[in-house]
Design a protein. Structure first.
Length: 276
């Protein structure tokens, strides 16, 4: 035995996580097809990525690549599975209980309450997790109520999000340059879902043709398709109803999950979001 054998790296533990998609939207050769992936807790090395990386989304991708045991490209996961792994990684690393601060903004006699509340949640047991049903298969189909077009659609993957983000930044840049540009990010996001129209594949179609097609829909058609996409989207619902300890008013809010979500700190050092 060597003199410093006691300094061997600590062996990693692992936890198997059931995916909201149940693996049903992946090809057989994909590691997530089994419906499960294995996570190891974050080490100091992964924690350093949170502190040094320029953006949370970029850091999370890097951390998941290191903490998912299977050899999987995290950008090939559907967004709901990827986000669920992100949430579960926090519970596996620091424990299921998560505390955060939030400020009550309800007004009484013209003045905001401003009371700082502490809320504790249990991950994932404190939230609803929606799993795909046995007969849920891509592409999903839906007939738009007004134009009667049959839309075949898929759920978004990690590879779609950078495209949407780049498109959004392009619009913002043009606006900052004084260009009168309508924000059509919503339409662009929808075309990322669309696989076929009336049974004809849209792959290879010019982006401007797709955008013009979607932008010609009535608002009713757009909302109906979005509702159908939401219906088939699995995942964890991290919305919360919280009550102010001082004034008793109820707020609806999203559980905060910024960098501090991955820190084992006491109530005084955690998130302090403002409730709407």
């Amino acid at each position: 035995m060597g003199e410093f054998d006691f300094l061997e790296p600590i062996p990693k533990t692992s936890v198997t996580v059931k995916l909201p998609s149940r693996g049903m939207l992946y090809p057989k050769e994909h590691p997530a097809h089994s419906g499960k992936l294995t996570l190891t807790p974050m080490t100091m090395l992964e924690e350093s990525l949170l502190m040094s990386d320029a953006g949370l989304d970029s850091a999370i991708d890097k951390i998941l690549r290191r903490c998912v045991v299977e050899n999987v490209d995290v950008n090939t996961l559907i967004g709901a599975d990827k986000f669920f792994l992100f949430i579960m990684l926090r519970a596996i690393t620091y424990g299921s209980e998560y505390s955060f601060l939030w400020t009550c903004t309800k007004e009484k006699n013209g003045k905001p309450c401003n009371y700082k509340n502490t809320t504790k949640v249990s991950i994932p047991d404190g939230f609803k997790v929606k799993y795909l049903a046995d007969d849920d298969k891509e592409p999903f189909e839906f007939v738009l109520p007004d134009c009667k077009k049959t839309i075949s659609f898929k759920l978004l993957r990690g590879t779609d999000e950078p495209r949407i983000e780049a498109y959004t930044k392009e619009i913002e840049q043009q606006k900052s340059e004084g260009i009168d540009r309508v924000n059509t990010t919503l339409a662009f996001r929808l075309i990322c879902h669309i696989v076929a129209v009336d049974g004809k594949l849209v792959k290879g179609a010019p982006q401007d043709r797709l955008m013009a097609f979607v932008n010609s829909w009535t608002a009713k058609d757009r909302q109906a398709l979005q509702q159908k996409i939401n219906f088939y989207t699995p995942g964890i619902d991290t919305s919360l109803k919280v009550s102010c300890e001082k004034c008793g008013e109820t707020h609806e809010m999203e559980m905060p999950y910024t960098v501090n979500f991955f820190r084992a700190v006491d109530d005084s050092g955690v998130e302090n979001p403002t409730a709407d």
